[in-house]
Design a protein around this ligand. Sequence first.
Ligand SMILES: Cc1cc2nc3c(=O)[nH]c(=O)nc-3n(C[C@H](O)[C@H](O)[C@H](O)COP(=O)(O)O)c2cc1C
Length: 448
Amino acid sequence: MITIAITGGIGTGKTYVSAIFQREGIPVFNADTEAKKLYARPEVLAQLRQAFGDAIFDGSQLSFAKLTQVIFNDKEALGKVNGIVHPLVSQEFAKWAKEQNAAMVIMESAIIFEGGLEKQFDYVITVDASLATRQRRLRIRDAHLDDATIRRKIEAQLPQDEKCRLADFVIRHDHDNEEEFLQQQVNKIIQYIKNREMHNSAIEVLLNHRSIRQFTDQPIEHDKLDLILRAACNGSTMGNMQLYSIIAIQDKQRMAEMAPLHFNQPIATNAPLMLIFCADTHRFNKYCQYRQADTDAYSNLQSYQWAVTDSIIAAQNACVAAESLGLGICWLGTITYNCDRFAEILQLPENVFPTACISIGYPAETPELTDKLPVEAMIHHEVYEDYTEERINDLYREKEAHPNTLKLLEENQLDNLAQIFTQRRYTKADNEHFAQVLIETLKNQKFM
Ligand SMILES: Cc1cc2nc3c(=O)[nH]c(=O)nc-3n(C[C@H](O)[C@H](O)[C@H](O)COP(=O)(O)O)c2cc1C
């Protein structure tokens, strides 16, 4: 049985989200409700009386108001209460979970991380909403709450950023009436968890991929590099011709010389290793030449296309191998922008063309997984199904709502993510300029 915790600060909407999971057939145990029931048990009352004396009782009755008062400003007191209640809640959850006869069960609790309970679960989901949204929801929920009290309640909990960082998944719930968006996020998590059952180490490496842009100074061991290169060279390849070459660069001076061609991105110099992959029909042409076969059968655009495919397969194999060995990687697309200058500096002969450049090293950062489109966005069945405006809206909704996107919009003072791409990142004018460089270099390298 897979156990999942749903948490989130007050007002984030975790109960609403839990209800969606419940609708999908996953039973939900509400820890806060269950904990309240525990306070009626004589053994719990006895332990509380032992810990706090009569101060939290009205005669024989526990006073929640007094208990709340005691623990609100006193971390030690809160720890004591948690020490009494948490183990019992966990026991109750375990008992309840057994009775559910379900493949997955959920505990909803506001204090998963505060109570150190996260290790008891296979997955933790944090429900997140902006501070303003949470304040608005709390005001609606309880009209008596003034702003200062709301702020104190929110501040008494672990900050949302931290809850998001520690979670396996984050569900964003910023707006009301966003049922479909929530459903989409819930479905994605359920599907991921179901698939997770089939995971093996190869799948783990692929699903954990994220680009690394900061590296430690630790050099890459010779044996590791050897293994990475072997993995790179064992991919599928057109006609088993292996139409690619790999140039390994470890000389920092050479990296520094090439840095301007990478527009001085820090990853152009801060990794101990850079692998440059080239589409290469030169070697095979030479082989043919020395064996009295056609000497230039592979000096054309069709052969270039094969060689590009081969080189990218090799590059991706190298990336996966490197990541499986604990290294981090980042591609540098700038190699294709300035392909003419790289061909010169790397002394590439005819029929060799740089296609990929990858910085590799031990990670000095652990970034979150990069936000991606839902997988359905890229999948078609039988034939290509063109995208309607409505579908585009659906598919890009999560990405557009992502905090990284909102930050970018603010920084760039633009209206949407698409404009960031066309007006800042990859403009039409730049693309057309580099397309011209590409055509000229393909001609120089005798692929055209
Ligand atoms: C062809 C290609 C070129 C890229 N060029 C750069 C680059 O020049 N600089 C950079 O920081 N990241 C570069 N990247 C990394 C992408 O930005 C990154 O893969 C993408 O944002 C998805 O993030 P992820 O790799 O963390 O999943 C490149 C990736 C590819 C495949």
